[in-house]
Structures are given as structure tokens and as C-alpha cells.
Design a protein around this ligand. Structure first.
Ligand code: PEP
Ligand code: MN
Length: 462
């Protein structure tokens, strides 16, 4: 691998999920525009997250990451954003209660507009048309499937709007834990389970009231929380233009001064991808010699790598050496997504190989992507029991190997959708049509997601 790196050095490498634009002039115009627009996030925020992920990697915090599979431009509206923020906040409180650790929150939001696809075309109404690749490239309606370069700029502005709204809501007391939260547990059919969840909520509420009464909130910490943004770094033309050479902030850990030493650099500046705080490489684009890995290896941001069942243990270690040669703790989050059956034979050997290598990573379980099934009616779904089973296995296997699960990565929405079956509402396959609105993978609805948080929290408390 060549040692010199620039934001465009990925262009010399083979690239999976490549975008073939037909109107080159329009693409160049969009890219020139992107290059001049201000950063969406700052180096100070990025380093703050990296520091928090170091805590996760060392076992002192837990990571909750969640949001839509494919975020649409039309999700950029206040109710949908509020619902997701509220859900992530509630889940994090439950996890804090359970794991007895701070929780780092990252939303799959404000930029999750690009989707890798297994096939370039799909059959719709008997016609073979280009697959939907996410709002940053084409539109879901049949007549909008051609790649439209103008969407690259639109993606930026929808990200900016979403982040602006999140920031202003947080600054205005949206996550002020002095305010009572509506937990809405009425749907839980089993009275025993409902009582259990209610007792957790009561415990959380009482703890917050106690803190307020004794004036424990001197640092103002329960007035607001951090919520970081993330997306898959798939469309590299876009990511390249938002990657800027910037001065390191003062909150950067001194021990990291030599970080990215493989890239000829001075110590004051680094390359920050300002499109999001955290970016990940998908399971389809993680080839060691490929363009995505080349792009990611130069970034200061904390990054994720999806780890599916085809990943070999030595390949995983090689990847870590390439993207994190200085073995910075918590710089890389391994997002494992084997599926409930395959996790048994895969995770243990991956944990051992990483341990041997000396890398200290965040181990995060994505129990969604290895557990997608299609119903006899052809609807893509996931069973709540499979999702829970993969998380439970991850918790156990890590423990057996003297490791620990650092976090979870979920596809979820704050709306009452019917896309995954199971959970305490008792959704069955026949219910899927009631409110199936995803344009890509099936998501947990707000009740199922909260329930998963209760169950994971319960694991720590039992
Ligand atoms: C995703 O997270 O939506 C995704 C496509 O995941 P993976 O790369 O793990 O298949
Ligand atoms: Mn998905």
C-alpha cells in the first residue's frame, strides 16, 4: 500500500459500488459547490467523540448507535427527528441504568443517504429498473431512478438542516432530564413484563429526581446530552469534498500527537471528514486494496468497519493495521453483523485475533443485517427474537473470551412502523402491511427498540 495519502488518493484504487455519472459537468459543478460549503461538524466535536469511544473501548462507557437504514430527504422534518431523538435518549437512560456506565449516543442521521446494493437493477411492476441507491444519488419513485448529481448538494443541505435542528433542540432543553418523559408502556401485553419495565422507569425517574433534589447537577449535565451523527461513507466523491485539513482542537489527547504518523503531516493539523462525527465502511466495500479503505485510512475521525460472516480473522487484523497503524485505542469500532446462527462460529476467533494483534477496539453488535428474512409474501423483515438472540450471544461470547460488548448498532425509527415482527406488541407477519414504510431494510419501531434496551439492560442487572 502506498504510504502517501490525500483525500483523493482513493481514486487510484478499485472501487466497489461505484457510481457511474452520465453528466460529468453537472457532477463537477456539484463537487465544486460542496468544496466551498462550511463544515457540518468540527474537529473539537470529532475529537470529543473519539475520546468517548476510547472510554467505550476500555470498558468505561457503552455505545448506542441507531437510526434509519436509508434516511430520506423527506425525513428532514421536526416530528420525525424529535421522535428519533426521544427514542435514543430513552434507550440511553435505560442502558445507563442497566450497565451502570455513561452511554455515548450516535445517530444514524443527518447524512445516512447512500445505500450499497447487491444488484444494480431490480424488478418493479414487471420492469427492470436501476436499484434505489439512496437519496444522495437517485430517488425511490420509479421515474427518479437515474443518478442525479444535483442530489450531492441536496444531501449536504438536508444534513445541515437536520444537524441544525438537533443542535437547537438540545440547546433548548429537549434532553433536559428534569422534564418528565412519556415512556408509553401501555402496549406491553404481558402484565409481568409491563411491571418489570415500569419498575425500571420508576427507578430511572427517581434517580433523576434525587439528583435534582440534592443539587447534584452542578455542571449542568442533566440539562442536555451529546448526540453525535454518523453515516456509511459510501459516496467518496461527496466525502472527499467535505474532508478538510484543519487544526487539531485543544481537547485532543496529547498521546495522540503522533497519530496518523504514516501520513506525512505536521502535528498541528489533520484531515477531518466534516460530513459527520463518525463514518463507517460497509461490509460490501471493506476490501483492503479498495478505494474505501484507502479513503478512510487518512481520516482523523473515529471510524467503524462492518464485519460480516465472510471476514477472515487475519484479514480483519490487516485491515486494522491499515486504518489504525498507531493502534489508537477506540479509533476503530468493529460493527459485527454475522447473524444469530453464524455469530457462534465467527465472533470468538475475531476477538482472539484482535487481542493478539494489540489493537484495542470498540466491539459493537449490529444484530440487524445478518438477520434479514423474506416472508412467503416477499416482504423483507427481521424477527425480534433473532435480533435479541444475536445481541445475547454477543454479550456471552465476549464474556467467555475475557472481552466485553461495547455497544449496539440498530436500525430503528421513532414511528409506529410494522417492519420487524415480534416484541411485546406481538407483531406477526400478517401485521407487516399495516405500516410498512421503509425504503430499504426493516427497522425496529419505537416500542421494539425500547424493549431491546430494557432487555440488554436487564442482562447487566441479572
Ligand atoms: C447498513 O448498515 O445499512 C448496511 C448496508 O450494512 P452492511 O454494510 O453491514 O450490510
Ligand atoms: Mn440496512
Amino acid at each position: 500500500m502506498s504510504r502517501s495519502w490525500t483525500p483523493s488518493s482513493w481514486r487510484d484504487k478499485p472501487i466497489k459500488q461505484e457510481v457511474k455519472y452520465s453528466d460529468r459537468k453537472a457532477v463537477d459543478k456539484a463537487l465544486v459547490k460542496l468544496q466551498t460549503l462550511p463544515p457540518l461538524v468540527t474537529p473539537a466535536e470529532i475529537q470529543k467523540l473519539k475520546k468517548s469511544l476510547r472510554d467505550v473501548a476500555l470498558g468505561n462507557a457503552f455505545l448506542l448507535q441507531g437510526g434509519d437504514c436509508a434516511e430520506l430527504f423527506s425525513y428532514c422534518e421536526s416530528d420525525a427527528i424529535d421522535a428519533k431523538m426521544k427514542l435514543l435518549l430513552q434507550m440511553s437512560l435505560v442502558l445507563i441504568w442497566g450497565a451502570n456506565k455513561p452511554v455515548v449516543r450516535i445517530a444514524r442521521m443527518a447524512g445516512q443517504y447512500a445505500k450499497p446494493r447487491s444488484s444494480p437493477t431490480e424488478k418493479v411492476n414487471g420492469q427492470e429498473i436501476p436499484s434505489f441507491r439512496g437519496d444522495i444519488l437517485n430517488g425511490y419513485p420509479q421515474e427518479e431512478r437515474d443518478i442525479d448529481p444535483g442530489r450531492l448538494v441536496e444531501a449536504y443541505f438536508h444534513s445541515a438542516s437536520t444537524i441544525n435542528y438537533v443542535r437547537s433542540q438540545l440547546a433548548s432543553g429537549f434532553a433536559d432530564l428534569h422534564n418528565p418523559l412519556d415512556w408509553g408502556l401501555g402496549h406491553v401485553k404481558d402484565k409481568g413484563i409491563q411491571a418489570k419495565y415500569q419498575s425500571i422507569v420508576t427507578s430511572i425517574t427517581e434517580s433523576l429526581r434525587f439528583m435534582r433534589t440534592v443539587g447534584a447537577d452542578t455542571a449542568g449535565q442533566i440539562h442536555t446530552v451529546d448526540l453525535f451523527t454518523s453515516h456509511e461513507g459510501l459516496v467518496l466523491e461527496y466525502e472527499e469534498r467535505l474532508t478538510r485539513r484543519m487544526r487539531h482542537p485543544s481537547n485532543r489527547l496529547p498521546s495522540e500527537a503522533t497519530m496518523n504518523g504514516h501520513i506525512a503531516d505536521d502535528n498541528d493539523h489533520g484531515w477531518y471528514n466534516t460530513s459527520a462525527h463518525f463514518l463507517w465502511i460497509g461490509d460490501r466495500t471493506r476490501q483492503i486494496e479498495g478505494g474505501h479503505v484507502e479513503f478512510f485510512r487518512g481520516l482523523e475521525n473515529p471510524i467503524g468497519i462492518k464485519v460480516g460472516p465472510s471476514m477472515k480473522a487475519d484479514e480483519l487484523v490487516e485491515l486494522l493495521d491499515v486504518v489504525n497503524p498507531s493502534k489508537e485505542i477506540g479509533k476503530v469500532t468493529l460493527i459485527t453483523r454475522y447473524g444469530e446462527k453464524k455469530i457462534e462460529s465467527m465472533l470468538g476467533s475475531h476477538i482472539e485475533a484482535v487481542k493478539q494483534s494489540g489493537h484495542v477496539v470498540v466491539w459493537q453488535c449490529d444484530p440487524m443485517h445478518g438477520n434479514t428474512v423474506t416472508t412467503p409474501d416477499g416482504i423483507k423483515t427481521r424477527h425480534f427474537t433473532s435480533i435479541l438472540s444475536e445481541v445475547s450471544s454477543a454479550l456471552r461470547i465476549h464474556q467467555q473470551h475475557g472481552s466485553f460488548l461495547g455497544g449496539v448498532h440498530l436500525e430503528l425509527t421513532g414511528e409506529a412502523v410494522t417492519e420487524c415482527t415480534g416484541g411485546s406488541e406481538g407483531l406477526v407477519e400478517e401485521d407487516l402491511n399495516l405500516n410498512y414504510t421503509t425504503y430499504c431494510d426493516p427497522r425496529l419501531n419505537e416500542k421494539q427498540a425500547l424493549e431491546l434496551a430494557f432487555l440488554v439492560a436487564g442482562h447487566y442487572r441479572n
